[in-house]
Design a protein around this ligand. Structure first.
Ligand code: RIB
Length: 310
């Protein structure tokens, strides 16, 4: 198969992940002894950029980092992966960090402290999008100010790019952001936050209710149960996830979004893009860490071939 290198832009966050693996999660006022600790590169935007890059996309990262060592190493990490960093700005102060706890089941709890991510501006995002030709997909999340994503998506739609919003972590959505999002892709927790009656995505009719209300293309990730998405007629279609033994689910949703974005940008059908998302997300939970759990470029090509059958 000829390698497709679609151009994808991520206007989103970077964090340094500080991951503690522990059998016991402390209650308030309690100290517990953990098992192991790892520092890694994270942030939902950065993770999605890395996943899309591993599959073969040309990826441009738009972000703001602090003037600390975390900012320096984050830029080096992107460069070592072949992700374009020319649209990253530096400001004085701390870069984003994310303390994370992972239980033996692989479930995680995350607190993001955005730091310099909050210094991103609508102007930075708009001129980044306007300055690049032939961007197929622009991805955003909620770890930077919503005004910034609105500016990026508005400019992207004017240039004919598809916009994908991963509304994570959950926050009430500015109606203007919904309007400029072609796709919205929450996980189950974010789905409940967005649903008018706080319902979980337990049935097609509940998923369709939120999808219809948002009025754009919609997918929801369902952990080990795969994903569901609304097709162009509004019917809910399901995609199953490969059965794997999960050891760390951190970043699995980002693997889905990055792979899904790659799929759309590369011209796969919605169904194929969702299958690729589920395959990459399931693969990632079998390894520890966030970006460190993602497939190598060679492994990603093998995963892609499962969908394109070539
Ligand atoms: O989705 C996982 C990511 O959430 C982590 O990398 C952490 O940085 C937070 O952004």
């Amino acid at each position: 198969m000829a390698k497709i290198q679609p151009r994808i832009m991520v206007v989103g966050s970077t964090m340094i992940d500080m991951i503690t693996y522990s059998k016991k999660i402390p209650n308030a006022g309690e100290t517990v002894i953990g098992d192991t600790f790892a520092l890694g590169f994270g942030g939902k935007g950065a993770n999605q950029a890395v996943m899309a890059r591993r599959l073969g996309a040309t990826v441009f990262m738009v972000n703001t980092l602090g003037d600390d060592v975390f900012g320096d190493t984050t830029v080096k990490n992107f460069e070592s992966q072949g992700i374009d960093t020319s649209l990253i700005k530096r400001v004085s102060g701390a870069s984003g960090v994310a303390p994370i706890w992972v239980e033996p089941s692989g479930a995680n709890r995350i607190i993001c402290v955005p730091g310099a991510n909050n210094a991103m501006t609508p102007q930075q995002a708009q001129s980044a999008v306007e300055g690049l030709a032939d961007i197929k997909v622009v991805i955003g999340q909620l770890e930077i100010p919503q005004e910034v994503t609105i500016a990026a998506f508005s400019a992207a739609q004017k240039r004919g790019a598809t916009t994908i919003l991963n509304p994570a972590p959950f926050a009430p959505l500015d109606p203007r952001l919904i309007e400029v999002s072609d796709w919205i892709i929450p996980n189950e927790t974010e789905f409940s936050g967005m649903h008018p009656r706080g319902l979980h995505p337990d049935s097609d009719s509940i998923i369709k209710e939120l999808s219809d209300q948002l009025g754009c293309r919609f997918a929801v990730t369902l952990g080990e149960n795969g994903a569901a998405y609304s097709d162009r007629s509004g019917t809910i279609s399901r995609v199953s996830a490969p059965r794997v033994k999960a050891i760390d689910t951190t970043g699995a949703g980002d693997a889905f979004v990055g792979a899904f974005a790659y799929g759309l940008a590369a011209g796969l059908s919605d169904q194929e893009a969702a299958e690729l998302g589920c395959i990459c997300a399931s693969d990632s939970v079998t390894r520890l860490g966030t970006q460190s759990s993602y497939p190598t470029s060679d492994q990603a090509r093998t995963l892609l071939a499962q969908v394109t059958k070539s």
